[in-house]
Design a protein around this ligand. Structure first.
Ligand code: UGA
Length: 436
């Protein structure tokens, strides 16, 4: 089997590399020549634990290669994984331009029957449209099949998730049963439960999964906000409800909301998809609203406990939307940095990995520190925005030693209120009583 992967973003790169690791011969294609050049030099354009090593290993083994030449990518391919971006448009719907470009390119260059496997998150009905487009554009003597195979990888633990995922979803229409068997065989060595379904259901599973997880987060964040008012503690409440197997303990970590390239985009897209069939998805609209509100929560609390922020030095600790990634897309840090600058504060930011990406998106007046201590030195308040291990390992006593006024606003509940009391810092977290 020759496998091609269209798109070397986070999904494409992990898919291509992990398939190569499973012994397949894989060529990854991207229109961005500089990205391909870096990959050919064995450098990963994204930070994902373990990925660069696997890229290097599989390139050395001759199973993994990268090209910006579409003929080289698709000419010999038996299977093409579509992993191009589907960015959010102004109205919240997914932009399918890159999907369409990739489909045209495959049709132009294919020299064999080909199975198209869609990994990109696409609105319900898109795979059917991909099939119709391919039927129209492909050479008449060749056959195509279209399979929807959504990805459930988390940034920061994508390699682990590939090999130890909870399920593999394979969607196709009746006439593509042979293609389903081929794709199922590819995944068989992983021993992960597999489900087969129709195209629309596979597409819907992806959106419904992300929407449900986002709902869990907004739900627990609202519970946390109520906890603060009624004198309950979110840690105990989340633990207590999570013991119910029907609820489960995961994704009940209260904080300053979800970010990243998936939940914000996919929740809005699902509202849009529902709207297109005259269904108002009110619950998901509320989930999105709660998340927007939650991202501003820390600045509101800072105004309450620090007072006027004008001229104050604020340390912003953690910029990535979650730990173990350099991704700052839709990160709460971005909202917070803009608000703090708007309030007239001086922002000194620290992140172990994401600074280069942050510099492309953050207001230019944000300053960057090379270490936590440098960021908090002389600060009037410190915001903890991403729960990096390095941040969690820094005792609160260090904040007291180095800050001008030791006020820590923790958006990720990295510390216990007991530690805050022992360390004599003012500690404001989420869903717990403030330590003053
Ligand atoms: C998410 C899903 O978890 C994956 O299954 C899915 O494949 C992926 O989107 C995608 O659609 O590609 P990801 O965005 O990488 O993965 O990261 P998550 O670990 O899900 O975290 C998303 C956001 O939710 C982060 O900002 C995180 O801080 C926040 N979060 C997560 C919470 O605030 N509380 C929690 O309990 C869990």
């Amino acid at each position: 089997m020759n496998i091609a992967v269209a798109g070397t973003g986070y999904v494409g790169l992990v898919t291509g590399t992990c398939l190569a690791e499973m012994g397949q011969t894989v060529v990854c294609f991207d229109v961005q020549k500089e990205k391909i050049a870096a990959l050919q030099q064995r450098r990963s354009p994204i930070y994902e634990p373990g990925l660069e090593q696997l890229i290097q290993k599989n390139m050395s083994a001759g199973r993994l290669s990268f090209t910006a030449d579409e003929k080289k990518a698709y000419g010999e391919a038996d299977i093409v994984f579509l992993a191009v971006g589907t960015p959010e448009q102004e109205d919240g719907s997914a932009n399918l331009t890159y999907i369409e470009e990739a489909v045209r390119s495959i049709a132009r260059n294919m020299e064999k029957d080909v199975i198209i496997v869609t990994k990109s998150t696409v609105p319900v009905g898109t795979n059917e449209r991909i099939r119709q487009m391919m039927e129209r554009l492909k050479p008449p003597f060749l056959r195509i099949s279209v399979v929807s195979n959504p990805e459930f990888l988390r940034e920061g633990s994508a390699i682990h998730d590939w090999f130890y995922g909870d399920r593999i979803v394979i969607g196709a229409s009746k006439e593509d049963e042979e293609a389903v068997a081929v794709v199922a065989k590819l995944y068989e060595p992983l021993g992960i439960p597999m489900m087969k379904t129709d195209l629309a259901s596979a597409e819907m599973i992806k959106y419904a999964s992300n929407a449900f997880l986002a709902t869990k987060i907004s739900f627990i964040n609202e519970i946390a906000n109520i906890c603060e008012k009624v004198g309950a503690t979110i840690d105990d409440v989340a633990y207590g409800i999570g013991l119910d197997k029907r609820i489960g303990p995961q994704f009940l970590q209260a904080g300053i909301g979800y970010g990243g390239s998936c939940f914000p985009k996919d929740t809005k897209a699902l509202v849009q998809i529902a709207g297109n069939v005259q269904h108002r998805f009110e619950l998901l609209e509320a989930v999105i609203q709660v998340n927007n509100k939650q991202q501003s929560m820390l600045v509101e609390k800072a105004k309450q406990y620090v007072g006027c922020l004008r001229g104050k030095k604020i340390a912003l600790l953690g910029l990535a939307f979650k730990p173990n990634t350099d991704d700052v897309r839709e990160a709460a840090s971005l909202v917070i940095a803009n608000q703090l600058i708007g309030e007239g504060a001086t922002v000194v930011a620290y992140d172990p990995i994401a600074v280069d990406n942050a510099k492309k998106h953050f207001p230019p007046s944000v300053q960057y520190a090379d270490a936590i201590i440098e960021a908090i030195r002389g600060a009037d308040a410190a915001f903890i925005v991403t729960e990096w291990d390095e941040i969690k390992r820094t005792p609160l006593s260090v904040f007291r030693e180095h800050m001008r006024t030791p006020i820590v606003l923790d958006g990720r509940n990295c510390y216990s209120p007991e530690e805050a009391r022992r360390s004599h810092v003012t500690y404001i977290s989420i869903g717990r009583a403030p330590v003053l």
